[in-house]
Each structure stands twice: as structure tokens, then as C-alpha cells.
Design a protein around this ligand. Structure first.
Ligand SMILES: *Cc1c(COP(=O)(O)O)cnc(C)c1O
Length: 232
């Protein structure tokens, strides 16, 4: 248990330092612990150390961890975020078992999540994943599609479109690490001003680049290895 306590303290210090260095309040940044392929006991330790947001990429794995959390009485104040690629046959369970989905990149998936979100739950929080580097191989909507997608998704009443998510490709030079994050923030501001939206979330920054992401306005950092160690 002490190991997660230590890494959690380290990650929180990095978040605080990056926020302070950029004149930001660290309280506006949510730490999302990315627990895919990590054993349950590490998640439980992290919960016991105060972590309340967990990010998972694989549905079956996430659901078994959620069941264990619920059985221990940890479920009520934990928020689960789905951050992996989404197949259409998984949208029903995702809409039932998560508070957030960060990896929406096409309207068909958003429409299904909307239609399947149980009436007993609040609207599902959505980030639109943007392929900010325009890499053909990667998931994420292309920048030129984002206006139309955001506009359509914002009209779905069982979804709450909150913002954008990016996974930039590793920069060639370290000073380039900021550019995709800056671009993403500008894109969100443009959506807000041109479409009259109130997006407030930038899901950006992982273990290796959280500092650059926070400098550019990240509000959720998705941290896996720096918190939980190498994945099994
Ligand atoms: C695995 C994963 C992360 C965490 O990456 P680390 O480098 O381990 O911090 C963050 N975001 C997404 C979408 C991931 O799939």
C-alpha cells in the first residue's frame, strides 16, 4: 500500500508544481488514474489513498473491477472513465457503467451512448477524441470534422458534451511537446465561441507529458505508469 501512497504523492506534486508554474489553481485539474491492466489490489490501495477517478480501456476488465469496488462499498463515490477505443456492440454496457467517456470520435457511437444511457443516471459526460496530429493510423476525429461532430453531439440530451481529449504522438523535440495541447485548447475555445457551447474540459496529459499539458490548460490528466507502475 505504501508504494501507491508514494507515487500518488509524487504525481500530485508534479500537478501542483506545473499548475503553480503556470499561474493555475491545481484544484481545477482532476487526476484520473489509468488502471488498465493493473491488478485490483493496486486500485484498492489507490482508492484508500484518496483517488476517486479511474480510467479503463477494456470493458470486461473494467466491469469486474467495478463489481469488486461495489462489493467493498467503494463504488458510491468512485467515478469510472472509459478511455479506450469503442466498438458499437459495447456502447450499451459503457453507457450503463461509466460516468465519463473520453474516446468518442464518431457520431454513430455518440448516438448509441445517448439512446442507451439509462434514465436513472445523469447524462453521460463526453469528451470528443481529436486526432490533433492528423495521423492516419490513429483513432480520434479529424480536426476538420470536429465542428460538425461537436454540434451534433451537443444536441443529444442524454449526453453532456464536456470537451476534447487528445493523445499526441511523441514529439521529436521536447520543446514541441506543448504544440498539440495548445492547438487542442484553441480548438475548444473556437467551438465555444463559434457554436455557443460551454465546453470546460481538456483531457490531456499522460505520465510523460502531464507538465506540458497542464501548462496548456489541461483539466484532466490521465496517469497510468507514473501512478501504478508498468502494466502487467
Ligand atoms: C494507457 C493510457 C493512458 C496512460 O498512459 P501512461 O503513459 O501509462 O500514463 C492515458 N490515456 C489513454 C487513452 C491510455 O490508453
Amino acid at each position: 500500500m505504501h508504494r501507491i501512497q508514494d507515487t500518488l504523492t509524487q504525481v500530485c506534486s508534479r500537478i501542483n508544481a506545473a499548475a503553480t508554474a503556470n499561474g493555475r489553481n491545481a484544484e481545477e485539474i482532476t487526476l484520473l488514474g489509468v488502471s488498465k491492466k493493473q491488478p485490483l489490489d493496486k486500485l484498492i490501495s489507490a482508492y484508500q489513498c484518496g483517488l476517486r477517478h479511474f480510467g479503463e480501456n477494456y470493458l470486461q476488465e473494467a466491469m469486474s473491477k467495478q463489481a469488486a469496488f461495489n462489493a467493498q462499498g467503494f463504488g458510491a463515490d468512485t467515478q469510472w472513465h472509459f478511455i479506450g477505443p469503442i466498438q458499437s456492440n459495447k456502447t450499451k454496457q459503457i453507457s450503463e457503467h461509466f460516468s465519463w467517456v473520453h474516446s468518442v470520435d464518431r457520431l454513430k457511437i455518440a448516438q448509441r451512448l445517448n439512446d442507451q444511457r439509462p434514465a436513472s443516471l445523469p447524462p453521460l459526460n463526453i469528451c470528443l477524441q481529436v486526432n490533433i496530429d492528423n495521423e492516419s493510423s490513429k483513432s480520434g476525429a479529424e480536426v476538420k470534422e470536429v465542428d460538425a461532430l461537436a454540434s451534433a453531439i451537443s444536441k443529444l440530451d442524454r449526453l453532456s458534451l464536456r470537451g476534447l481529449m487528445v493523445i499526441p504522438r511523441p514529439p521529436e523535440k521536447s520543446e514541441d511537446a506543448h504544440l498539440p495541447f495548445r492547438h487542442c485548447r484553441a480548438l475548444m475555445q473556437k467551438l465555444n465561441s463559434e457554436l455557443g457551447l460551454r465546453l470546460d474540459t481538456l483531457s490531456m496529459g499522460m505520465s510523460s507529458d502531464l507538465d506540458a499539458a497542464i501548462a496548456e490548460g489541461s483539466t484532466i490528466v490521465r496517469i497510468g505508469t507514473a501512478l501504478f507502475g508498468e502494466r502487467g
